[in-house]
Design a protein around this ligand. Structure first.
Ligand SMILES: C[S@@+](CC[C@H](N)C(=O)[O-])C[C@H]1O[C@@H](n2cnc3c(N)ncnc32)[C@H](O)[C@@H]1O
Length: 262
């Protein structure tokens, strides 16, 4: 397994991908599910470039509090710039599996596309539960990469590329066990929603177009273990461009949002 490094370059790429309509729609869904109110205290674990944190900080207002926590200094730099004008918002370095806040500190704890990277998930869910006030809401959203439907002219090669890509996560199938894990930690799971990343045809500004480039880079650097040469990875990528030109591109992948109460 070789996890993605969230450096300056990754932070810029991720920010661009997370400004595409698919992920803008995801944030609207997360906000609808959490319904943050003015004055509430919110923790965003793995806040990344701070796009969701920005919306949440505006919703809780100056009588509330928003803490954006992340393990990556490069991500925190982007988030701090985005949140700079809001006194209710602060960013800090930290680990999802080892939160430094006292018990019952927050009304809301949210974490999107983060726990799939966390090796000690048992501890991370316990921590999520611990820092919430009784009655507080948690929302955890992750991708299950088994849900992917991605058309290719070479099915076997596509499978090998996706197997290689699975290595970038601690658990590429986390949603399948997430509800049970949250219940074991003492949560009441209230609602589960699918958030699709869907490109039924080629869309240059889309999650699919962005992740395609990221997967090409990752597989070119880490493909050896799966018998993938750099040339094969490039051929996989070129095939997608050809399908796009011919009007035959199709990409569909599900993220799963779990809303729970402590
Ligand atoms: C795919 S990004 C998602 C960012 C953001 N939550 C969003 O949805 O826009 C994953 C983020 O999780 C952070 N991360 C990964 N492992 C972490 C951990 N153990 N503790 C805190 N943050 C972590 C990364 O640095 C990165 O910013």
């Amino acid at each position: 397994m070789s996890q993605l490094e969230f450096d300056d370059n990754a932070a810029r790429t991720l920010e661009a991908m997370y400004l595409t309509p698919d992920v803008v729609g995801q944030r609207a869904k997360v906000i609808e599910m959490l319904a943050p109110a003015p004055g509430e205290h919110v923790l965003d674990i793995g806040a990344g470039p701070g796009l969701l944190a920005y919306d949440l900080a505006r919703m809780v207002g100056e009588s509330g509090r928003l803490v954006g926590l992340d393990a990556s200094a490069a991500m925190l730099k982007v988030a701090r710039t985005r949140l700079a004008a809001m006194p209710q918002a602060e960013c800090m370095e930290g680990d999802a599996a080892d939160l430094t806040f006292p018990d019952a500190s927050f009304d809301i704890a949210v974490s999107t596309q983060v726990h799939e990277y966390v090796a000690d998930m048992e501890k991370a869910v316990k921590e999520l539960h611990r820092v919430l006030k009784p009655g507080g809401r948690a929302l955890v959203l992750d991708t299950d990469w088994r849900s992917i439907v991605w058309h290719s002219s070479d099915k076997a090669r596509m499978e090998r590329v996706l197997q290689c890509w699975d290595d970038h996560l601690a658990d590429p199938h986390l949603p399948a066990t997430l509800g049970a894990r949250m219940r074991r930690a003492g949560f009441r799971v209230l609602r589960v929603e699918i958030v699709p990343m869907l490109s039924p045809r080629w869309q240059p500004v889309s999650y699919a177009a962005g992740i395609m480039k990221t997967i090409r880079g990752y597989a070119a650097a880490n493909g050896d273990r799966h018998g993938l040469s750099k040339e094969e990875v490039q051929a996989w990528y070129d095939d997608q461009l050809r399908l796009a030109e011919r009007g035959e591109f199709f990409f569909s992948l599900n993220r799963y949002a779990f809303l729970a109460m402590r």
